[in-house]
Design a protein around this ligand. Sequence first.
Ligand SMILES: Cc1cc2nc3c(=O)[nH]c(=O)nc-3n(C[C@H](O)[C@H](O)[C@H](O)COP(=O)(O)OP(=O)(O)OC[C@H]3O[C@@H](n4cnc5c(N)ncnc54)[C@H](O)[C@@H]3O)c2cc1C
Length: 358
Amino acid sequence: MKVFILGSGLTALALAKALVNQNIFVDLVSSNKNHKINHSRTIGISKSNFNYFNKNIINIEKISWKLNKIEIYTDKNKNEKILNFENRNNQLFSIIKNHKLYEVLNKHLFKNKYFKKIKPKKKLIKLDKYNLIINTEYNNAFTKKYFSKKIEKTYNSSAYTTVINHKKISNQIAVQIFTKIGPLAFLPLSKNKTSIVYSIYNSKDVDRKKIIHLINQHNIKYKIKTIGKIENFELKSFNLRSYYHKNILAFGDLLHRIHPLAGQGFNMTVRDIELFINIIKNKIDLGLPLDSSVNYEFEKNFRHKNFIFSNSIDLVQEFFNFERKLNNNFLSKSVKIIGKNRFLNKLFTKVADKGINF
Ligand SMILES: Cc1cc2nc3c(=O)[nH]c(=O)nc-3n(C[C@H](O)[C@H](O)[C@H](O)COP(=O)(O)OP(=O)(O)OC[C@H]3O[C@@H](n4cnc5c(N)ncnc54)[C@H](O)[C@@H]3O)c2cc1C
């Protein structure tokens, strides 16, 4: 059995590793030669996905930092939490630097006998020798031909990311502040490093100086020593209308891209990988071929769930955006009341951990 993967992002590498772990041959090609890896980007992985990753993809224990609490504030009242998610004795989320995850995945893939990286356009690749073709790229011929129809939304916002170095503290609580200009997250990476993701509306005139000023304005717990390189990404969300064409399947952010405010984009992909691998395992166990029926089952089981999940993240974004426009804190007051309800708080925590698959 042989799978062909197009792409070199985290999705392509994590999926390739999950497949070779099942003794499936993977050939990977990336049409993007100049893919720069951002050193300021981090990924928060939920506890369930972290466990799945460790067991079925690769052990990421050593490159992760565990969080046991997430506090949500608005800038109307800095001392008053509107929501609080906690797992006192255990981890809620783990934070990992993107580039470390690339490194670990690449290192282990390249020494795996089931894996081969092919140079693009060296010779014409014969696609009919592959059972399945997985596409994770935005601009290749497959995407243009089969994966261009989507439900899309632009946020008129950009996410600014950096890492701050600060004095050592016990750093296991993530903080998200819904500020007047957008959500700002402090995501601990170690005792003396914290990653920042600031999604800013209408961010045309924002430069490094302004971001540093804003971080300092909202920071209440860190004694900052230095602030790293600041990178920015335009934000949009979309869901593909169709997940596959015959034996070609779209995957990762190409399938569904969401606003980063809840740190769920890659988490959705890890859940997709789990489902995809389960479908493949079942086929192999039953002696069935790996063909377009895998893609059919994947779409049938997951498209509606992914759509609902993406929309719920969008709803959270719209909710706080609406309050920002209203310029009052009526909505966050109601969130505070809802968040105090133990059942609802548990439910939110579960959805952030497992998506809507529990
Ligand atoms: C600011 C921010 C914070 C986030 N935080 C979280 C989080 O905490 N938790 C979480 O689960 N998700 C988070 N996400 C989402 C997560 O980063 C994505 O879901 C994930 O990185 C998508 O990986 P991918 O391989 O599918 O797509 P991509 O990384 O976009 O890659 C797709 C393809 O595009 C190519 N490519 C990518 N970047 C470039 C480039 N710069 N130049 C040229 N080609 C390129 C790659 O080669 C690849 O083949 C965040 C996203 C953003 C923007």
